[in-house]
Ligand binder design. Structure first.
Ligand code: P1T
Length: 378
């Protein structure tokens, strides 16, 4: 089944009881057993719930992996995955990742003795040099948040496997519609499903897909042991949102391309970060490894006060954290999504106080351009 069809039909056996086209919301925390240990595959909803199972099957199918698992947030998916490792292990992490990922590793897992070290994953030689005998995994966002840097996933997978480590890819920005990291050699894909997969800014959830059953089963054990699972209502909302992922991703991308090109020609814009621009340093790689460039754009206006003013003036681009919903959002990463990075670290990475990030929605692109124009020129 091709992805556009899988998005519509995947993950479900039409309700055996009634034939209902939609997966029912099984709002039940527990399931009656005929005799001790004799049941229909469901015992207790932390372990499994049929609505969640449909979602888990669907995401596994979309990412072309063996085991799909749902979590209560993207951070819950990431944190549960980090529990695959032990005290003394080290994880290499792309240097510009979501601020929450940086925070949980440096402020929480570090206390338990799981070390993390941040590297420029756009440079495979730098990654190779960062490996130690304790390195068990590399975690990459590609494109990264918020600078949209692109890393060569196949090269990184090879590099990891040669050293006995796992490659974990946070595929939130592109989704399996545009990029399937497991087919490029990654071992585990993680998502903030809060974003494009849900698509309507109405839920918080996370997803994980393992390429191999063994890793998937270890993660399934942790999912149940830790218990950071979504309820059936949110699992259903995600199933509902995923049905239109193809249409939404195409619309996000078409608008993002137009917005990025327009920003690149604006007199007040110093730099634009969008992998779809021919001037992007990894444009060719992005075009080769993914089917599209996505809907996220960031740009620098060179002046912190101007950036703050632009963020306050846009009317269609709503000033808010998060991304991937049908509506356009604008944020100031240094003060919002990436505020948990130390200022000197942000500066070294290029996450300046004058950097703005756009989640380009599916509105009429002329309205989006007019909104940016009035905000930049006022
Ligand atoms: O918010 P949550 O569902 O827990 O997902 C965390 C997360 C993980 N990975 C990436 C790449 C993310 O962007 C996020 C969340 N990001 C935002 C809220 C944001 O505005 O960037």
């Amino acid at each position: 089944m091709r992805i556009r069809t899988a998005l519509v039909h995947g993950g479900q056996d039409y309700d055996p009881l009634t034939g209902a086209i939609g997966v029912p919301i099984y709002q039940s925390s527990t399931f009656r057993q005929e005799a001790v240990g004799k049941h229909k595959g469901y015992e207790y909803a932390r372990t499994a719930n049929p609505t969640r199972t449909a979602l888990e099957r669907l995401i596994a199918e979309l990412e072309e992996g063996e085991v799909g698992l749902a979590f209560s947030s993207g951070m819950a998916a990431l944190s549960t995955a980090f529990m695959l490792f032990s005290t003394g292990d080290q994880i290499l992490v792309g240097e510009d990742v979501y601020g929450g990922t940086y925070r949980v590793l440096t402020a929480c897992f570090s206390r338990l003795g799981l070390k993390s070290s941040f590297v420029d994953t756009t440079d495979p030689a730098a990654v190779a040099a960062a490996f130690t005998p304790q390195t068990k995994a590399l975690l990459v966002e590609s494109p990264s948040n918020p600078l949209l840097r692109v890393s060569d996933l196949a090269a990184l997978a090879e590099l990891c496997h040669a050293r006995g480590a796992m490659l974990i890819v946070d595929n939130t920005f592109l989704t399996p519609y545009w990029q399937k990291p497991l087919t490029l050699g990654a071992d585990l894909v993680l998502h903030s499903a809060t974003k494009y997969l849900g698509g309507h800014s109405d839920l918080v959830a996370g997803l994980a897909v393992a390429r191999e059953k063994e890793v998937g089963e270890r993660l399934r054990f942790l999912q149940n042991a830790i218990g950071a699972v979504p309820g059936p209502q949110d699992a259903w909302l995600l199933l509902r949102g995923l049905r239109t992922l193809a249409l939404r991703m195409e619309a996000h991308e078409a608008n993002a391309r137009a917005v990025a090109a327009w920003l690149a020609g604006h007199r007040r814009v110093v730099s634009v970060h969008y992998p779809g621009l021919p001037t992007h340093p990894q444009h060719a790689l992005a075009a080769r490894q993914a089917g599209g460039f996505g809907g996220m754009v960031s740009f620098d206006v060179g002046d912190a006060a101007l950036a703050e003013a632009v963020a306050a003036r846009t009317r269609i681009f709503l000033l808010a954290e998060s991304l991937g919903g049908v509506e356009s959002l604008i944020c100031l990463p240094a003060r919002m999504t990436h505020a948990s990075l130390p200022p000197e670290r942000r500066k070294a990475l290029g996450i300046s106080d004058s950097l703005l990030r756009l989640s380009v929605g599916i509105e009429d692109v002329e309205d989006l351009l007019e909104d940016l124009e009035q905000a930049l020129e006022q």
